[in-house]
Design a protein around this ligand. Structure first.
Ligand SMILES: Cc1ncc(COP(=O)(O)O)c(C=O)c1O
Length: 200
């Protein structure tokens, strides 16, 4: 589930597609469709300078013409379409300070829908805001590490979350853009409750 970080990758990959098409066609097989798949990026916190969809489209269009690929082109966009269709509301259930770092423990973590924050999923950093304490100005914000409820080593969802310094147990946070790859990755590990889903 890699997100495109450079439209140049499309050019490189389409050249490889062209080579494959030529090879297959020289063996007498006529291809009618090329599927260029997904990977269109979403504007997570970790992808603030994300590639614009238009830049990807323009690159693909230019390359397809240049390489004289005449097949029908199809795509499989996933995350880009659904990521901003969902937010998660989670509560602070613990606070601690270790080795000079401020930690907040939440009732939601890697195993309850935030698997994308894991290293093997690009360590996605969601945009996270406070629901109960408003960020009056930047001086009121501090950097927190945010962990899920399990106490399990990998259950850390962010190590640089900028949030109000006066957050307390019971305060709620909003985790934005969790519409893609969240609910399907919920797992019963440690038997913590699964998130409730509300359609609005
Ligand atoms: C076959 C296939 N196509 C498309 C996608 C969508 O990818 P993305 O959400 O990164 O656009 C996936 C994601 O797993 C996939 O497996």
């Amino acid at each position: 589930m890699r997100q495109a970080i450079d439209p140049g990758i499309c050019s490189k990959n389409l050249q490889r597609v062209k080579d494959a098409v030529s090879e297959v066609e020289s063996a007498g097989v006529k291809l009618t469709i090329i599927n260029i798949g997904g990977g269109y990026p979403c504007k997570y916190s970790s992808f603030r300078n994300h590639v614009a969809l238009m830049d990807i489209a323009t690159t693909v269009e230019t390359e397809v013409k240049r390489l004289e690929l005449t097949q029908q082109l199809i795509t499989e966009p996933g995350r880009r379409i659904v990521a901003n269709a969902g937010v998660a509301v989670t509560s602070v259930i613990g606070r601690s300070e270790k080795h000079g770092k401020k930690w907040l423990f939440l009732d939601m973590g890697v195993y309850s829908g935030l698997m994308q924050t894991a290293k093997f999923q690009e360590s996605t950093r969601y945009y996270i805001t406070s629901l109960d304490k408003k960020e009056a100005d930047e001086e009121e914000l501090v950097t927190y590490s945010l962990a899920g409820p399990t106490g399990d080593g990998p259950d850390v969802i962010d190590r640089e979350a900028l949030l109000p310094k006066n957050l307390e147990i019971g305060d709620r946070l909003v985790i934005h853009d969790i519409g893609a790859y969240s609910l399907p990755t919920v797992c019963p590990f440690h038997a913590f409750p699964q998130p409730c889903v509300y359609l609005v």
